[in-house]
Design a protein around this ligand. Sequence first.
Ligand code: SF4
Length: 100
Amino acid sequence: MTRIADRDRNALDRRDDWRDSASCAGLDSRVFYAEGRGSTAQVQQAKRICSGCPVTKECADYAITNGEYYGVWGGMSQKELREKRRRFTSKSKTSMRAAA
Ligand code: SF4
């Protein structure tokens, strides 16, 4: 019983390992959640941080598969992420129909 719990926990830890390499590790996460006035400049600031990040793909994949709808993820604004999610969902449905 304990071995299974340890294995599951290790799998979860590995799944989030990418966060350790993130350029935003340790930064104030509010930078990535722009609101109101100045939000365009704030999004650009967040995207600049993301532009040097070695785990943008992992970050974007995480946001898409975990339903993160707010903030900058994987170097993408909310709008860009929404578009990517729409394409991903559309492609997934097509693959499922083809497999059925
Ligand atoms: S892509 Fe941006 S939000 Fe995602 S981990 Fe890297 S710096 Fe953070």
